[in-house]
Design a protein around this ligand. Sequence first.
Ligand code: FRU
Length: 514
Amino acid sequence: MLELMVNLQAVGGMEDFNMMSHILRDARKYEETMEKQIAREARPDFHLSARVGWMNDPNGFSYYDGKYHMFYQYHPYDCHWGPMHWGHAVSADMLRWEYLPVALAPDELCDMDGCFSGSAITLPDGRQLLMYTGVVKERQRGRESREMQTQCLAVGDGIDYEKYEKNPVLDKKDLPEGSSRYDFRDPKMWQKEDGTYCCVIGSRPADGSGQILLYTSPDGFQWKFKSVLVSNNNRFGKMWECPDFFQLDGKWVLLTSPQDMLPQSFEYHNGNGTLCLIGSFDEEAGKFQEEHDQSIDYGIDFYAPQTVLTPDGRRVMIGWMQNWDTCQQRTTDVLWFGQMSLPRELSIKNGRLYQTPLRELEAFRVNKVAYQNVIFSDAIELEGIRGRKVDIELTIRPGDKQNLYHKFALRFAQNEKYQTSLSFRPRESILKVDRKHSGSRRAIIHQRRSKVNSVNGELKLRIILDRFSVEVFVNDGEQVLSAILYTGQSADGISFFADGTVNMDIVKYDFAVL
Ligand code: FRU
């Protein structure tokens, strides 16, 4: 009890827990005022960014009351991670977002140290139900505090949410034996055809790695442990965060983000990564049978994706376009940090997860410039091809059938001083994104190499820039590489380079102001 009292003082006193908290009210006022100090051009245009302060994982990505809702891990007061709130935005098309007031703040006994990631569903009575991880620090004298994690609910109308009086609805009692109560987070719920609910949650079993737990509920409020859906067994990193589980093209897909990965060839890299498991699901037993594993994104910045099912049946994914190991580097003169990826339509082809940019994006393409059969063997620029908000589709092939070229490169966000590049070496079939010269002054990861499928030096790329990021869709979505870059916007040059002879078709569009 003493410990509890100390924690209460830390968040402002006992009375705060009995009314619409001043913590939430203050956050709402603060973001509304501060947002005005951020110019539109200082943000990405069609990628959702933090309203002010810090953003991480997408949360509660859902279609509710005729709009897409995106909540996000949010610390409005600082460009660094801190006590987690849920930021909130809505959109008719997942591209033009409108901010709504902070939805959740850490203002209850069960979540006083943070409202961590979670999900949203629509209840039969039309209200929206959020499930999130409530975090409470266990402060121990002389030792580092530990974060106890439980699952909590809040119910709302799409703007205001009230936390459930019986929170938490899942706690240490609901864990299988040996699982940690300090790593039990990120519930993703869905409704089954029979009207009942399921949810998957990240957890750490006794072997110290990760597992995904499955829970069921008749009504969204009473939850029961069903099974360990899938175990990591220390194969892919350690703890598995932010699971999502859904049917796609006749298979079941588990997306999760493992912490502390070791690299495996070109498929997985060090640090926090992303993992897609494709297989089948024995619903009766609550067990997932894996058939295939792969990274979700092969670039530098992508984590904790969540999906939504659109009214027309598309499964669309958005991830946090950052990397936990490099994300504290933003300069102090900017008031926001963190942005989401493009919405990506998912499908399965030949047992692999494919991603393509949301098709609605195409409606915003203007100023088409196209060239066919451009043959070059040095550095070139093409009239009309430049910009930092562009969509580029290109296909390359050898310009000389007898002699395979050594290297192709596309350089962008370029001026005399800066550039970011995408280069391809057909002999190794390696595609590399390199932002070493993007203006970064830190010794962090600037490059990533990925093995891609290419026959006889042919490669198809779609490259989307939105001021502070690049997303590269390889071979019609077979692989994607995402990276953040903070190069000043005046560096808007685009050029091409070949060592050997390359033959290229290219189409470039600008994006109209969204
Ligand atoms: C993943 C994550 C989640 C957690 C949240 C906290 O990026 O660590 O597991 O809920 O971020 O902000």
